[in-house]
Design a protein around this ligand. Structure first.
Ligand SMILES: NC(=O)c1ccc[n+]([C@@H]2O[C@H](COP(=O)([O-])OP(=O)(O)OC[C@H]3O[C@@H](n4cnc5c(N)ncnc54)[C@H](O)[C@@H]3O)[C@@H](O)[C@H]2O)c1
Ligand SMILES: [Zn+2]
Length: 392
């Protein structure tokens, strides 16, 4: 087992109060370093920032057909204000766009728009658009610069940062992709005002994840300010910036996930199996599966005697308080009825985290102290799941 993640001092700004001030988080990756700009209204600065990074560039904005009517105008206006000509590539909203066909469409559109090495791709949307446009940017002309303008909470705190890009194979999610870092991330928190509440809640699961895996003080703060984070304003910005800072630190230490970037998978081993059982559909959103997976990771850590039951209970209470699922039996997400432990074990075994018959899990010693356990006995997991599924 690897050492626990060191607690990060100062993950919390001293005074997260006041109005809309812009926050900057730097992702320190040498010649691939970039900034994340966070705040209400920061999309207005997209053009000036793009012009400063890539003088003389033109741009193609990739977005989806739900985001386009809401926020494409603001992105285009900001680029136009500094003389950057832009074209649009609009894909269908939803996970289906992360396909070979979707990838081909975006690549062909970028080529047709004559986007060259001196130009820019702008990914305006949630994680689907970010992953798809990022992968197209990695591939077209062997690598174009791109800017992430994330429009979901999940994308603002997670998928837009770190350079993982991918599409799905018929055999599984994110199996075809590349590491390709953006040159800038512009996270305008005002764009989240139009996000459906269920999508916001799902993204919030990833926010809590950061506190739970490495920053107990941040979790305490979230526990005390949950309502404020959901209402928007300064608390929301603070939560997003703190999450980005943590992701940036982890990515800077371990860009290609050879070590502790895997901690970001807290809740994801159980979560992916549940998502797969629900057919990767709107019946169970990724963040909902992660919330439940996180609750299970805490309870499983209790079962293995690694953490006190009261800690797990506190986390479960928090997630449930945010409106997220915390028990498998409460889900109505499975087309063929609730899967049994054996089925979930099969799905976990397919999820590339098995080595020599052992499962890798992210477990917890405490709130804020996650560690990678590469040697979990599947029999213990099976017994644990069987008990969680037992209706008694
Ligand atoms: N690259 C990474 O590191 C990484 C990390 C986590 C997740 N992901 C990927 O991210 C994807 C999920 O991303 P997501 O949860 O953002 O989903 P999404 O991109 O599908 O967005 C969710 C829905 O919200 C709509 N939407 C987006 N922004 C909106 C806004 N501001 N107002 C109203 N509607 C809006 C979208 O059109 C879509 O219908 C998955 O494919 C997952 O694999 C990638
Ligand atoms: Zn996730």
């Amino acid at each position: 087992m690897t050492a626990p993640l060191p607690v990060h001092p100062a993950m919390i700004d001293p005074a997260p109060v006041g109005g809309a001030q812009e926050k900057l988080v730097h992702v320190a990756l040498g010649d691939r370093a970039y900034d994340i700009v966070i705040g209400r209204g920061v999309i207005a600065s997209l053009g000036a920032r793009a012009a400063a990074l890539k003088p003389g560039a033109k741009a193609a904005i990739v977005t989806d057909d739900r985001v386009a009517p809401l926020h494409l105008g603001a992105a285009e206006a900001s680029l136009a204000a500094v003389g950057i000509a832009s074209s649009r590539v609009i894909v269908d909203a939803g996970e289906g766009a992360k396909s070979f066909a979707g990838f081909e469409r975006v690549c062909e559109a970028l080529i047709a728009a004559r986007i060259e090495r001196g130009d820019l791709v702008v990914a305006l949307g949630g994680g689907v658009v970010g992953d798809l446009a990022g992968f197209a940017a990695a591939a077209v002309r062997r690598g174009l610069d791109y800017i992430q303008v994330p429009t979901t909470l999940l994308a603002q705190v997670d998928s837009s940062v770190g350079g993982k890009t991918a599409i799905n194979s018929s055999r599984g999610k994110n199996l075809v992709g590349a590491f390709h870092q953006p040159i800038l991330v512009v996270a305008d928190t005002a764009l989240l005002d139009t996000l459906p509440p269920r999508q916001f809640r799902a993204g919030y699961a990833e926010v809590v994840k950061y506190g739970l895996l490495g920053d107990a003080a941040f979790f305490d703060w979230l526990d005390a300010n949950l309502g404020q984070v959901f209402c928007g304003g300064a608390a929301r910005e603070h939560a997003i910036a703190t999450s980005c800072r943590m992701k940036a630190e982890i990515v800077a230490r371990d860009e290609r996930e050879t070590g502790d970037r895997a901690l970001l998978n807290l809740g994801h081993t159980f979560g992916h199996a549940l998502e797969a059982a629900a057919g990767f559909s709107d019946r169970l959103l990724h963040g909902e599966a992660v919330a439940l997976g996180t609750a299970l990771a805490f309870e499983f850590s209790v079962r293995l005697g690694r953490i006190a039951p009261a800690q797990a209970a506190r986390v479960t209470r928090h997630l449930a308080g945010a409106g997220l699922p915390v028990t498998i039996r409460e889900l109505q997400a499975f087309p063929g009825g609730t899967p049994d432990a054996e089925r979930l074990m099969d799905l976990m075994a397919q999820d590339k985290k098995v080595r020599r018959g052992k499962l890798t899990f992210i477990l917890l010693r405490d709130i804020g102290k996650a560690y990678i356990a590469p040697d979990v006995d599947p029999a213990q997991v099976r017994a644990f799941l069987a008990e969680k599924l037992d209706p008694r």
